[in-house]
Design a protein around this ligand. Structure first.
Ligand SMILES: [Zn+2]
Length: 299
């Protein structure tokens, strides 16, 4: 749950785009549209947070009365020094600030209020521990920006998706790799490497490893069909050479394989490429191959 746009607009108008902290007059949203301030909760939005009140309903938590606008510095201060900045003292600051404000505001301010609202929905997480996304009780946001000094961030998949089952995940990855390998060997064809990932997402509505596990058979068939339809796939088929191994055979041979960091980095890199492709900001790197090289085969 989050504050409604209407609530944020009201908050923004009455605060006159100003930090509510006593004698601070820093703006919340700069003239340029850059959001430097924050929407803060007087009683914390989450259990364990500063001034958290278990008797508050979720609706109350995100309502106008429980919200206060603060500059970046003061938003930190009131939370770190929450014993000093009590519920009462914050309500007092809020009231003083809002008494001077007016509910009428120009369109440019409405625009700023919307930017502030959108900014709130973009959650910044300093990744130190495990971050769960789109899972019950975990981080819920339209966009999640993870800031970390680590080179590789492991994303723990939610239960019930393909990535939560290692064998199934590895098998699907094997089919994807096989397709990319075959497609790259098509003469005269520039392979846009991540196209398969985009196709899967279009067809199944999610990133390949976040697709529900009950769709495993459908996803396998989808990929097998794609492999069989490549030129090399068709040639192999006519010669009776298998294009891929079946799931049970694959498991027999590769059951011991664990996802390691380099593979996870590859997944993340692929995801990034998909994003780039969608934005059209950069041409994905093409890869040309030659015909007649036999594919990696698993027996
Ligand atoms: Zn301030």
């Amino acid at each position: 749950m989050e504050p409604s746009l209407q609530t944020v607009k009201r908050l923004f108008a009455l605060s006159s785009n100003c930090c509510a902290f006593t004698e601070c007059d820093l703006p919340i949203v700069e003239e340029s549209g850059t959001v430097t301030g924050k929407i803060c909760h007087i009683k914390a939005r989450k259990e364990g947070g500063p001034r958290y009140d278990p008797n508050q309903t979720n609706k109350e938590r995100h309502s106008f009365d429980n919200l206060i606008l603060m500059c970046a510095r003061h938003s930190q201060l009131i939370d770190f020094e929450h014993k000093k900045y009590t519920v009462d003292s914050l309500h007092e600051m809020k009231n003083v600030r809002e008494r001077k404000g007016s509910l009428e505001f120009p369109p440019s301010d409405a625009c700023k209020a919307e930017l502030l609202w959108k900014n709130y929905k973009t959650l910044y997480i300093s990744a130190g521990g495990n971050v769960m996304i789109n899972s019950p009780g975990a981080v819920q946001a339209n966009e999640v920006v993870i800031k970390s000094r680590k080179k590789i961030i492991k994303i723990t998949p939610p239960d019930g998706c393909i990535a939560s089952d290692l064998s199934k995940r590895n098998y699907i990855k094997h089919l994807i790799d096989q397709y990319n390998d075959f497609a790259s060997k098509q003469p005269g064809r520039t392979l846009h490497f991540p196209v398969i990932y985009v196709n899967i997402k279009k067809h199944f509505g999610a990133k390949w490893d976040f697709i529900p596990i009950h769709c495993f058979d459908d996803l396998s068939s989808f990929l097998k069909k794609k492999i069989d339809n490549t030129m090399l796939g068709r040639i192999n088929k006519s010669k009776g050479i298998p294009n891929y191994s079946e799931f049970d055979k694959y498991c027999e041979k590769y059951n011991h394989i664990q996802v390691d960091d380099s593979e996870m980095a590859e997944i993340l890199a692929n995801e990034e490429l998909v994003q780039q492709l969608r934005k059209g900001s950069r041409e994905a790197r093409g890869k040309k191959g030659t015909m007649g090289v036999s594919p990696t085969e698993i027996k």
